[in-house]
Design a protein around this ligand. Structure first.
Ligand code: NAI
Length: 377
């Protein structure tokens, strides 16, 4: 099958998420890196793109140049990944969608709910794909949990408990480090710190596995390091449309927790647990029965879990290959197939509505607020 042309904005040398996209997009032979505006420094971006094999005429200095250069080409990129800092996502995503490109945008998709609604509408009008990189939902064993819920194996979901709590910003003596400080500065990060950064992954995962959407929430925010304006810790209670109860803790000051993302889903007839630090296993307990460890790659898993696993049982695939699964489904969608697990602009919009709802709730001492974006109410 012909490879698709792929372009990347941001994700330059030394960036956190850039390598995961490059490994992911190119893991299965679907995409070839054909163009890029990889860095805020034009010359560094051009040089780095060429070192990755991009031809000189498609190693752009910035995204405006890339849009102008790609739009008229017959072999223009089939997909653009936006992996720049948050405040640029809206403008870049909007511009490329309007010019008829498919886009994979990093989270958070936008800085406001209004921008999120605009992106959803532009994507619908353009007929192009706008996906958002909620990549944890693409781990094979997360898909297995979703299939277990879908099949009715644990009955109706009653309760979801999820944490995305790490301790990497817990050192008060490092709080002024520019790489840390911006995350808690409203001028750079927007209305929320830790909840918008990590909490939305956990909230998306809860909806994804349950197959239901968040309706309302109540939040308690704390800035445990005094110099921080935005929260570095949050506890969020939520309810799904179907009535399931949700509890979410997210923190960046939980010293000793490393990646710290896990989720438990409790239904009428069973419970399950998955953690990003042991992503090959799901712990499953039927009501009244013994706990079983389900292992990625073993027989008897769902077609979906099997489809998204590449290497033999017990070998870790890990984060870049979860990102690769997003690209597998993107490639299939671009080629005209339907893939229902792909996180889309509607998910990015729902996250942003939840962020604003959490901020409003925290400001009102945890009052319950509607967490749905206006266009889905
Ligand atoms: P970073 O600061 O490590 O890297 C950002 C990169 O973008 C740098 O190479 C920088 O030079 C480049 N850049 C900045 N402005 C640019 C512009 N206008 N045009 C072109 N390039 C530009 O940031 P990091 O941690 O890689 O985060 C990037 C995005 O990815 C953020 O939105 C973040 O929320 C998201 N992210 C998502 C993760 C996930 O699990 N889905 C994990 C980590 C980050």
């Amino acid at each position: 099958m012909k490879r698709l042309n792929w372009g990347m904005i941001g994700g330059g040398f030394g960036s956190q998420i850039g390598p995961a996209h490059r490994l992911g997009a190119q893991a299965d032979g679907n995409f070839v890196l054909a163009a890029g505006a990889l860095d805020h420094d034009a010359e560094k971006g051009r040089a780095y793109a060429q070192s990755l094999g991009v031809s000189a005429d498609r190693a752009y200095g910035d995204w405006h140049e890339m849009l102008a250069g790609e739009v008229g080409r017959e072999d223009r990129v089939d997909l653009v990944t936006v992996a720049t800092p948050n405040s640029t996502h809206f403008e870049i995503t909007k511009s490329f969608l309007e010019a008829g490109f498919n886009v994979l945008c990093e989270k958070p998709m936008t800085m406001t709910v209004e921008e999120g609604e605009e992106i959803v509408k532009i994507a619908e009008k353009s007929g192009k794909i706008c996906a958002v990189n909620y990549c944890y939902s693409a781990y094979p064993m997360v898909r297995e949990m979703r299939e277990i819920v879908r099949s009715g194996q644990i009955g109706k979901v009653r309760l979801i408990v999820t944490n995305f709590s790490h301790g990497h910003h817990g050192d008060a003596t490092d709080a002024d480090n520019p790489r840390v400080r911006w995350r808690y500065d409203p001028a750079m990060a927007g209305v929320s710190g830790q909840f918008a950064d990590c909490g939305i992954h956990a909230l998306h995962m809860a909806s994804f596995i349950a197959g239901d959407q968040v309706r309302s929430l109540s939040a308690d925010f704390a800035s445990t390091i005094a110099s921080r304006t935005l929260e570095d810790d949050a506890m969020v209670n939520f309810r799904l449309e179907g009535g399931a109860v949700g509890r979410l803790w997210t923190s960046s000051v939980a010293i000793g927790r490393q990646h710290g993302f896990d989720i438990q889903v409790f239904g009428e007839t069973g419970g399950m647990r998955w953690a990003s630090e042991q992503p090959n296993q799901v712990y499953y307990t039927p009501v009244g029965g013994r706990t079983q460890i389900m292992e990625k790659g073993e027989s008897g898993l769902s077609d979906e879990a099997a489809r998204l696993s590449r290497v033999a049982i017990a070998h870790p695939e890990g984060f870049p290959l979860a990102v690769a699964n997003i690209y597998v489904d993107l490639a299939a969608s671009i080629r005209g197939e339907t893939r229902d697990g792909l996180p889309l602009a509607s998910d990015g919009l729902r996250s942003m509505a939840a962020v604003y709802a959490a901020v409003a709730s925290a400001d009102k001492e945890g009052a319950w607020v509607d967490a749905r974006p206006p266009m889905y109410q």
